[in-house]
Write a protein that binds this ligand. Structure first.
Ligand SMILES: Nc1ncnc2c1ncn2[C@@H]1O[C@H](COP(=O)(O)OP(=O)(O)OP(=O)(O)O)[C@@H](O)[C@H]1O
Ligand SMILES: [Mg+2]
Length: 252
């Protein structure tokens, strides 16, 4: 069974960057193959991974609704074939892009089939890392259920932390199947200041660690290059420790 991890948090908190660095961790440790899922309608995880994509899960959904299932093919066969076609294959990591949210229409049946096939697909991987969209929509639409770890990413400021608290609350209220939720403070070079510590404690956020401000990472993103291609970064090292701590805790 694949280890399923997702990164959520306020817009710009660092979800995509940390998703790519987490994928790099699993590749470096040879815990492969990895499935990267870009669940942000404004998809850009591919850039961080140095991969290109043309089509998304949303395209399949629309095609089924528009009756584009080929003659001689059942709906199931069509979905399975198209899923294989849109899957972008990298060296140790494959990428699946969810695409735009559904417009009006009756998507229940196709969504049901897609979910079924996606969970079958996930079983072919050692790890699934999902980069989610900002905000809580994906949680209420329940595309982020059945997770081992939800990392909630926040920058060290009250607005970002409040967004993290809301995400934790919504995840709790929806009773999503998430084994563990952890808070990561991103772009923080020291221990959290007292007022943030107090906010975290009163909201019972499970703070697992901080990622430092890393010029190498921000330059790489600014230049549109792949974070996955960076050999060694301060941000990556900090995230590696966090992931290792979580993995170690579970094997104890
Ligand atoms: N630890 C870090 N050090 C330096 N820059 C960082 C760090 N983490 C993220 N950044 C920068 O912050 C910006 C936002 O990061 P990123 O795109 O990963 O956030 P996001 O949460 O995915 O944003 P969005 O909500 O728009 O998808 C990027 O320019 C990225 O380079
Ligand atoms: Mg992003």
């Amino acid at each position: 069974m694949a280890l399923k991890i997702a990164f959520s948090g306020k817009g710009g908190a660092g979800k995509t960057t940390l998703s790519a660095l987490a994928i790099k961790y699993f590749i470096d440790k040879k815990i492969t193959p990895v499935l990267a899922v870009d669940a942000d309608p404004n998809a850009n995880l591919n850039i961080a991974l140095g991969l290109d994509f043309n089509e998304t899960i949303a395209d399949i959904r629309e095609e089924v609704l528009e009756g584009k299932v080929m003659n001689g093919e059942t709906k199931n066969e069509f979905i399975l074939r198209r899923l294989n076609e849109i899957l972008v294959e990298g060296e140790n990591v494959d990428l699946l892009v969810m695409g735009r949210p559904e417009s009006q229409g009756c998507y229940c049946a196709v969504n049901h089939l897609l979910r079924e096939y996606l969970s079958k697909l996930a079983r072919q991987y050692k790890v699934v890392v999902t980069d989610t969209e900002a905000g809580m929509e994906h949680l209420s639409r329940r595309t982020t259920d059945d997770l081992d770890v939800l990392f909630i990413v926040a920058n060290p400021d009250p607005v970002s932390l409040r967004a993290a608290i809301r995400i934790q609350d919504i995840a709790g209220k929806l009773k999503l199947k998430i084994k563990d939720k952890y808070l990561i403070l991103n772009r923080l070079n020291s221990t959290p200041p007292l007022f943030l510590k107090e906010m975290m404690e009163s909201a019972r956020l499970n703070f697992i660690g901080s990622i430092p401000e890393d010029l190498q990472v921000s330059m790489c993103v600014q230049e549109g290059k792949a974070v996955l291609g960076l050999v060694s970064t301060r941000a990556g090292e900090a995230l590696y420790k966090i992931i290792e701590e979580r993995l170690k805790k579970k094997s104890d």
